[in-house]
Design a protein. Sequence first.
Lengths: 412, 357
Amino acid sequence: MTQAAIIASDMPPASPAADRSGRRKRRNALLLVLPLLIFTLVSFVAPIVIMLARGVSEPEITRLLPLSRGPLATWDGTALPSDDTLAAVIADLAAAQRQRQAATIAKRLAAIRSDLRQPLLAAARAAATPPGLTPEGLLALDTVWRDPASWRALAELAQPFTDRYLLQTLDLTRNASGEIVSVPDNQAIFLAALGRTFGIGLAVTLITLVLGYPLAYFICQQSPGLQRFMLLFVLLPFWTSVLVRTAAWLVVLQTNGLVNDTLMALHVIGEPLKLVYTRSGTILGMVHIQLPFTLLPIYSVMQTISPVYVRAARSLGATPTAAFWRVYVPQTLPGVAAGCLLTFILCLGYYITPAILGGPADQMLSYYVAYYLNNEINWSMAAAVSTVLLVLTILFYIAYSWFTDPTAKATR
Amino acid sequence: MVVFDRVTKIFGSRVHAVHELNLTVGRNEFLTLLGPSGSGKTTTLMMLAGFDSPSSGRIELDGQPITHLPPNKREMGVVFQNYALFPHMSIAQNLAFPLEARGMGKLAIRDRVQKSIELVRLGDHLEKRPGQLSGGQQQRIALARALIFQPKIVLMDEPLSALDKQLRERMQLEIKALQRQLGITVIFVTHDQSEALVMSDRVAVFDHGRLQQVCDPRSLYDKPANAFIAGFIGESNMLAGTVMSCQGGATNVSTAAGMIAARTGQELSVGGAAVVSVRPEAIRILRDDETAANTVGGTLQELIFLGDHSRILVRVGENTLLSVKLDDKNAAAALSLHAPVRIGWSDADGLAFAANG
């Protein structure tokens, strides 16, 4: 064999020609996935980015203050704004009033300072009514307009980016001097909802694990034909919509439902148990829906574990219990982690089941997203709550992958 | 040391995986259970290890019945086909497992693990996971783990079948040496007859759930008990025919290659169907003036060069080819294909068996 031939056979192909053909292959592969890439960007990434952006901005308000947002942003915030600035505000308010949008500004402004709603509406009306309003006339209209703090509130509303919604979702706000402080206890709802979301998610995950693990093990011990048959029953609930299943639980659990009627007829209980509109009802419904999600990853991992390991453990002197816990269970942990993570993350986003089966004190974060979208029409607040949910989910996923990464384990 | 007493294992309703097995294994013996797949050898081993229980019959260890003893109380080391090292534990943890199961102290365990890993010369790999070792290394660790708790007996279920040929041959000698050095009893299952011949003190040949013959490798090769063993162990030419006479130790069988004289391998009746088994190395090419007890004429069908020796295939009847081993690797060069050739062998080199096993 010649020297060149030895080198060629020992080294990976690195000739320019081979490199070129490799690059062409990669480019062709990229072209093939391009449609999917575009679809993902348009339908998944872009909406998320837009939604997240809404959490820190309010384009529908800044759009209504096109003339005044510049001067208000440069205003020093101590003395009253200059007459030019006031004139710009008056022009914006007059335009908003003519578009019937003055109430939108007033509502958002009230969220920052509630006593400014009526003065703003009055100012907008006066600005749009001929002969209009002069800066002096505006200051004379209401005493609040002679207070720089009111103008600071309006300036805050007019700025393009804001952290007040994100702060609010963490039960925080800015005080008069701009420092971040906790909101008064009677307004604090989000941290509690966050804790509740995690608590319910954790409870549902643990219950599905305790129920699902033995079932997965049991199914794995059956003959292949029986396994398929049993899995069919595990998957059966997937064929019905979540809404229908949750409504069915309502029928079963309500005050005059199946469970209470049966227990009453058997004289087990004297009066109906409160099973729906409670935390336990919520958890029950969620466990029912989530059980397959926890079970299937565990089952698929269990299927790959050869019975020879338990046999080996037994032959080495381990009792059946020791062989199960020390040899079998550790090998199923990747499936347990995957199943639990899947269920936990899905639980964080639950909306329908707590809304139907839970009471007012059982609502999770998603409820507030829907509430701000449907009832308050406050997209920015809904976006801020979604942002918190998304960030927490991502953090959880990072923690999970760190714990289950075999390379990380080897170095620990 | 181990006694199987009329042990039968029936799977389902009719399949006799093992039928009426009587077998005794001596102390410090290396016994191989040999047979094709489905012959019952692995079932026998699993019953001995306690993973399966016999449908009937009893198994004794050192005079104690163990037929229904759970596997963890049998004190038998088992080496499995794919090693069955626990993938989530390090090598050290794998080796410590049987000692921890016996409640041994931490220091004593560390000491024993160290000695054991040195026995198989893998001292640098204690902290690795099984997946980071090569097949041969995993095999040695599995062996060390089966030996570390000083079991009375070590069972091996085709432990070398996943290794390549060279490594397999080296491990055969290594296991055999270890068995001699430690003075342990080994029961070894394989379907590879050469492995059985290399390693064993005695070989037990299984077919269709029945024990066919138990004896040392040399007797197995020289005096197979029936046609199945003659064909399974080593290589044999099988000439089918009809028994013409059977007197004392001598039998004459009429075959496609003419009348063949052979030793009587098992009880035969005149007029019954029989096969004569002749080893390729027992047949030689006859010179024109030479004769032998059995002389057969044919045409040379094939010349095969095998490095240290040659082999020729001689067509002696319409459907009958005889394989002849030529020790002189150059002898074949003097022959030409399709030429007539005379071959012969002594009547002591043929063994006549009943045709149906």
